[in-house]
Design a protein around this ligand. Sequence first.
Ligand code: ADP
Ligand code: MG
Length: 185
Amino acid sequence: MDKVLLHIEHLTKRYDKDTVALRDVSIDFKEGDFVVVIGPSGAGKSTLIRCINRMIDATDGKILFDGQEISGARGQKLRVLRSEIGMVFQNYNLVPDLNVYDNVVLPIELDGKRIDRKFVREIMELLQIGEKAEALPGMLSGGQQQRVAIARAVAAKPSIILADEPTGNLDTASGHDVMGLLKVA
Ligand code: ADP
Ligand code: MG
């Protein structure tokens, strides 16, 4: 059986007394899984991702990454766990003053890790942004910015990638492309 990478147990997130965004969610993500979480706007998809990455704290329940508790982790332990989790944000979160290449390698640099330049180049070619390495994010189309965000997540070689509506701002054809690229990554 494949190893469980991310284990979510009885997770509840209550923003206030009237807003329960997640109610008793339990799910296992195994190594190699490609999981799509669907639901209408307001269903709690972004909340789930934010809880996993600990941008927010869950109200109740447990999140284990590779057997280690993320919920409750702090300081260096949280930093290490976070470096195993690649994020593709809904609004891309690219740094406008840095060119595409520098955006892609930024998390690796912030982590103080060595940049595998050959690997980064390969990822950028695969995502068809190799020729845009020197461009600033503002000079790119939405779809290109989305691919830079994916390249950035993949380049740091995380164990898992969480993407929040990675095709949300794309047309159907580009959306299919992005899903295909995420599968390859
Ligand atoms: P989705 O990503 O599926 O559209 P969200 O996780 O963003 O859903 O939101 C789930 C619910 O939680 C919604 O009812 C939303 O209004 C509420 N919510 C999200 N973020 C906050 C917040 N920071 N404070 C209060 N309520 C929030
Ligand atoms: Mg959302």
